[in-house]
Design a protein around this ligand. Structure first.
Ligand code: FAD
Length: 488
């Protein structure tokens, strides 16, 4: 029996383990932390439970697929519900919008609250759906680094329709020409942040993202976001996968350009296949540090995605006007992104994302209270004075939320934890604390992401948010699928 070792128990590492176990491999996963999930983790504080990383769950079919692959009924092991309102939006001019999952209702809501014709919204979503149908099997579901992908008829058909994916214009430019109302341009520009990019630079191809949310829907796992890795680890263990926690891998053992295994805790662990779920930058610089000639420097030097600053607040009050997902937009989006990408600091009026899982999972907070996950987009870690930036951002966020909600929230905060680019980097070995690997600000970004297989070291493979096809839970799960498919 062939043996595979996987470095890291992030969502893609766990999914790859499942797929390889189903293929008949003996699989062992080595994880530096004491828990699985990587960025997808949770913690408890003073009676509140917080999902520490991802909060928006889309494309649940990729999780279900793993249970089906193992011959199980997904609904017996992992359950979730579809959201009727995907997100609530609050603007500085006091406009409030509910993004209904139902397209007609959503378009009507936009027309009635802003005057932007419902027809423009429906047309935009139809365009988003077209981009998806052209790109999904080329960019998302297959390796971009295999000739076979380009020889398929559906790829050729997609290539012929490429102008439709709008790769030459910036996303903001396209949205400006699609909508008259600035609030709606801002609404659709925000989707660039779903993979840590800048709508003023990223290609309009990223207008595919609203389709994922509005067509396939947004979901909430009944057990909270952490039930995703929890249920998948259980499935992997049932398939015989062994997880080793508190087990930091120090080196990938390479002999004659062939991966022979890993080195951890002073011992060599041999394997036929090595899969790294660790950020690709650190995989080369830490685990293959001895072999600088193997480093694909151009690919490793791609701009990183943005990072995040999160305040986890226990709030001793219930806010009925808030939902599971809430956005409080900045008044000047261009200035905000200028600060993230050019000045590399934090704007004094950031767009605030507020997630409250206790709205759905009521035992996540004590009675009458709510668990607030308050996040803003910030630059990747380039050695900024984070302590000062965080202290200022905290004040600005509290002032903004208090103004819009009409109540001083500072005295309602009963406990607090903070995650910032430095701690994201140290907790999950993500280079510069970027949360989605590399950014998509460059129109060639999809082609410059690292492949799922090493072109120089036989037997070495990669999965996770820093490699093809990209970051976010759905793409990480697809990376696992592509990786397992190319492992023979
Ligand atoms: P990671 O989660 O990066 O895990 C890698 C694992 O490898 C870690 O457990 C790490 O400890 C381990 N490791 C690293 N080095 C070693 C070593 N030397 N030895 C052993 N183990 C090692 N996505 C969404 O879909 N929706 C969202 O709403 C969303 N919001 C997010 C919010 C935040 C704050 C963050 C941080 C991320 C968010 N994301 C979201 C992105 C999503 O979390 C990631 O894309 C995804 O979880 C990354 O998974 P991964 O498989 O790449 O592994």
């Amino acid at each position: 029996q062939q043996k595979a070792v996987i470095i890291g128990a992030g969502i893609a590492g766990i999914a790859t383990a499942i797929r390889l176990a189903v293929k008949g491999y003996t699989v062992e996963v080595y994880e530096a932390n004491s828990y699985p999930g990587g960025k997808l983790s949770q913690f408890e504080q003073d009676g509140y439970r917080f999902d520490a990383g991802p909060s928006l769950f889309t494309m649940p079919q990729y999780v279900d697929e793993l249970f089906k692959l193992a011959g199980k009924n997904p609904a017996d092991h992992f359950t979730y519900q579809k959201l009727d309102v995907v997100c609530k939006y609050f603007y500085e001019d006091s406009t409030r919008l509910s993004a209904y999952a139902d397209t007609q209702q959503f378009a009507q809501e936009i027309e009635s609250k802003t005057g932007e014709p419902a027809a423009s919204v429906i047309k935009h979503l139809a365009n988003s759906s077209d981009i998806y149908s052209i790109t999904n099997h080329v960019f998302l579901e297959r390796s971009l680094h295999k000739l076979k992908t380009y020889l398929r008829w559906d790829t050729v058909r997609s290539i012929l329709r490429f102008p439709k994916i709008d790769p030459l214009r910036a996303m903001h430019k396209a949205n400006q020409s699609n909508f008259k109302d600035k609030r709606i341009v801002q609404f659709f520009d925000r989707y660039a942040t779903y993979n840590g990019s800048d709508p003023y630079q990223a290609p309009a191809t990223l207008n595919v993202i609203p389709h994922l949310e509005h067509h396939f829907g947004a979901y909430f796992p009944y057990g909270g976001m952490y039930s995703i890795p929890q249920s998948l680890v259980k499935l992997a263990e049932e398939l015989g996968v062994k997880f080793h926690y508190n087990y930091k891998v120090d080196e990938i053992v390479v002999i004659n350009n062939k991966a022979k295994g890993i080195r951890a805790k002073g011992e060599n662990i041999l394997a036929d296949v090595v899969v790294s779920n660790m950020d690709v930058w650190f995989t080369y610089n830490r685990l293959l540090g001895k072999y600088p000639k193997l480093h694909p420097q151009k690919i490793l030097n791609q701009e990183r995605s943005s990072s995040a600053l999160i305040f986890y607040w226990g709030i001793k009050k219930h806010f009925p006007e808030l939902d599971l997902h809430n956005i409080f937009f900045s008044a000047d989006y261009r200035a905000e992104f200028g600060h993230i990408w050019k000045q590399q600091d934090i704007y004094n009026d950031p767009t605030v994302y507020l997630n409250i899982s206790s709205k759905y999972k009521t035992d996540d907070a004590p009675e009458g209270c709510e668990n607030w996950f308050v996040m803003i987009n910030v630059p990747a870690n380039n050695g900024q004075d984070w302590d000062k930036l965080i202290a200022d951002a905290r004040q600005h966020i509290i002032a903004k939320l208090s103004k819009i909600l009409g109540e001083d929230i500072a005295p309602l905060i009963v406990c607090e934890s903070i995650l910032d680019p430095r701690s994201i980097e140290s907790k999950t070995s993500s280079y510069k604390g970027s949360i989605y690997g590399t950014s998509s600000n460059n129109r060639f970004a999809a082609f410059l992401r690292h492949a799922n297989k090493s072109s120089k070291v036989k037997g070495l493979y990669f999965c996770g948010g820093s490699v093809h096809p990209g970051g976010g839970i759905p793409l990480c799960l697809l990376s696992a699928k592509i990786t397992a498919d190319i492992i023979s």
